[in-house]
Design a protein around this ligand. Structure first.
Ligand code: XMP
Length: 321
């Protein structure tokens, strides 16, 4: 199934919003729909579109998969409460860690996240709520990379020949699938979302599990979460498209207090990009890199090495798995 792109120069955000609101209303009819909000620009735009179209007949959940950044669930819920959109937190940490246990292959990890999210967690929610539709913020770049076999993005089905109704028992509506990130930001702004949302840095569906190389465990997520908080604090004022900390699987010999310390490695990536299809590493000041290394080796337990990725996409991708 080919998706036709609406390019940013051809997009009229208000007309787009009207059209999509109508489409969602007529598809869902008098029934219920549900959606998962992560706080990213894609799921935030979809939440607002769905809310306009369906009002209280849209049930919005924040799935706490245990893989989110520091304080993220509570911050997102209170932000949307301020927009008049109630969001319920679903505690699903155990489901995701159980599904990820023992898996080291990147695509198998992505598949485990997809199955847990759509079949297990959403399957239950749909059954409980009686909703027939799931609204989600898949965008064109997600589809492209999945179809090209580069990376199985967690939220792509129809283009892979998977029928969500048969696989999971509900239909999926994807109002943003003709757009890329730059256009989604325009739609989000036109929907009245604040700049902190429409210009929010992208964060992948598989969350911090995309930033742990090798097996994902609660302990490793804790380390990468801490390194992420430091990285986001230090690079927060940069104009980069996206920045992240990655925990490597291999350990290296380091030294601490005059003793050998066989410790962890953190890799920092910081990207300049327009739409995530191509990206270049940001030419960060050397002092900034030193500050990152210093803070991470002193504040993240067991880390003895911090590196900076200087490879463009392609051949790199932006996330590590
Ligand atoms: P990659 O790593 O493919 O990332 O170069 C391109 C952009 O997509 C984000 N990303 C994802 N977003 N589900 C998403 O919704 C996913 O499974 C996923 N994987 C990567 C990534 O953060 C970057 O902005």
């Amino acid at each position: 199934m080919q998706v036709k792109e609406i390019r940013v120069q051809d997009l009229n955000p208000q007309e787009f919003i009207q059209e999509k609101t109508k489409e969602i209303s007529s598809l869902v009819g008098e029934g219920l729909a549900i959606n998962a909000l992560s706080g990213g620009v894609d799921s935030s735009a979809v939440t607002m579109l769905g809310h306009r179209a369906l009002g209280e007949r849209l049930k919005t959940y924040f799935i706490d998969n245990g893989l989110m950044r520091q304080d993220e669930p509570q911050e997102i819920v209170s932000l949307f409460k301020g927009f008049g959109v109630p969001v319920e937190i679903v505690e699903a940490q155990e489901n995701f860690f159980a599904a990820l246990k023992g898996i080291t292959d990147p695509e198998e990890k992505r598949e485990a996240i997809t199955q847990t999210f759509y079949k297990d967690v959403f399957g239950q929610l749909v059954k409980k709520s009686g909703a027939k539709y799931l609204l989600q913020g898949t965008i064109l770049t997600d589809v492209d990379e999945t179809v090209a076999g580069i990376k199985r993005q967690h939220n792509v089905f129809a283009q892979l020949g998977i029928d969500p109704q048969a696989a999971f028992g509900y239909r999926i509506i994807e109002p943003l699938v003709e757009l890329r990130k730059d256009s989604v930001r325009k739609v989000a702004e036109a929907l009245g979302l604040p700049e902190s949302v429409y210009n929010r840095m992208p964060f992948p569906g598989p969350a911090l599990s995309a930033r742990v190389i090798g097996e994902v465990t609660p302990e490793k997520i804790k380390l990468v979460r801490l390194a992420t908080a430091i990285t986001e604090e230090i690079l927060g004022s940069s104009a980069a498209f996206q920045y992240m900390a990655i925990l490597h699987q291999d350990r290296v010999t380091g030294m601490r207090d005059g003793k050998r310390d066989y410790g962890f490695q953190i890799e920092i990536r910081c990207w300049d990009s327009i739409d995530a299809r191509q990206a270049q590493p940001t030419k960060l000041a050397y002092e900034t890199l030193e500050k990152l290394a210093q803070r991470i080796v002193t504040q993240v337990p067991g880390v003895v090495s911090v590196t900076y990725n200087i490879t463009s996409k392609p051949p790199s991708t932006m996330e590590a798995i």
